[in-house]
Ligand binder design. Structure first.
Ligand code: PBG
Length: 327
């Protein structure tokens, strides 16, 4: 035999030297759920060991993340029911929870990159990412609000805004408004290929943001999020977001969509992020709790696979666990 492939696998030293994919704390974006109150830390039922926290605890959390080498957070807020409506009014409140959360992180750790979720669902009385009228989600009225929302986050100090809504034309509108208002340094991380996935269930529990079951309210998000059966369309969506001004594009969810990640990696020349979503987190936690899977090994294998598929960045609820293991 002239070729023995196992030689390059024979011990950890040589394996580590020929390893093609390495994950590092630099790769992670840490999603964080914020609530009103003081000293509030509520575990999310379907996301074991993941919490909603009040601003005072957010401050502590981001200091800890920074020490672990994690350099970026993605903020989500749980909006009190009485502040929800169909127009996203509270989303534009300069002193709203998101805007205060951005300032809290920036005060605690000025170097931390702050990314904000831009979508109406946490603010929507109907649990939709857009304004609802006559059983439909209005596209252009929604993008107008989303742009104002992005501007409001930029004013609060966000480094990147992250539109997760999948309305058409929102990146162009947002970029234009940010430029007009002098926020040319504020980046856009676009959820460009976001699928209508059943893996978002635990997230909707976390924020109480699931579409409500009522007459004339669409029961799902299939008129804006993508059909899981589609592949070519993901490239189309992503290229359009880049033309419209996105700085980072994203595929969401992760594991079931790694073919899409590779297609997009090959088609574009800017950073590709992957969102390993709440349902993916919940599956590993549940199986590990039952003793059916090795939590840390499965976690690192999935994160490595996401990077290997072509992701430069991973938004993951495992970021902290992983950073502790790999740094
Ligand atoms: C909504 C939004 C969702 C997630 C991030 N932003 C849920 C949805 O589209 O219904 C899901 C993230 C996760 O499941 O971890 N704009």
């Amino acid at each position: 035999m002239l070729r023995r492939n196992r030689r390059l696998r024979s011990n950890e030293a040589i394996r580590s030297m020929v390893r093609e994919t390495v994950i590092s704390p630099n790769d992670f974006i840490v999603p964080l759920f914020v609530v009103e109150g003081k000293n509030v830390k509520e575990e999310i039922a379907s996301m074991p060991n993941y919490y909603r926290m009040s601003l005072d605890l957010l401050e502590k959390e981001v200091k800890e993340l920074w020490k672990l080498g994690l350099k970026s957070v993605l903020l989500f807020v749980k909006v009190p029911e009485n502040l929800k409506d169909n127009a996203g009014t509270e989303a534009l409140n300069a002193d709203g929870l998101m805007q205060r959360a951005v300032k809290t992180v920036k005060n605690a750790v000025p170097e931390m990159l702050v990314m904000t979720d831009v979508a109406l669902d946490p603010y929507s009385a109907y649990g939709h990412d857009g304004i609802v009228a006559n059983g439909k989600i209005l596209n252009d009225d929604t993008t107008a609000v989303l742009s104002e929302m992005a501007l409001s986050h930029a004013r609060a100090g966000a480094d990147f805004v992250a539109p997760s809504d999948m309305m058409d034309g929102r990146i162009f509108e947002m970029r234009s408004l940010l430029e007009d208002e002098g926020f040319d340094d504020t980046g856009i991380m676009s959820y460009s290929a976001k699928y209508a996935s059943a893996f978002y269930g635990p997230f909707r529990d976390a924020l109480d943001s699931a579409p409500v079951d009522a007459e004339n309210i669409p029961k799902d998000k299939k008129t804006y999020q993508m059909d899981p059966a589609n592949r070519e369309e993901a490239v189309k969506e992503t290229l359009m977001d880049i033309e419209e001004g996105a700085d980072i594009v994203m595929v969401k969810p992760g594991l079931c969509y790694l073919d899409i990640v590779r297609d997009i990696r090959n088609a574009v020349n800017l950073p590709v992020a992957v969102y390993q979503v709440s349902g993916e987190y919940a599956m590993i936690k549940a199986a590990a709790e039952k003793g059916w899977l090795d939590h840390d090994a499965v976690m690192l294998e999935q994160l490595t696979a996401i990077r290997r598929a072509g992701a430069s960045l991973i938004a993951s609820y495992f970021a902290k666990d992983a950073a502790k293991l790999i740094s």
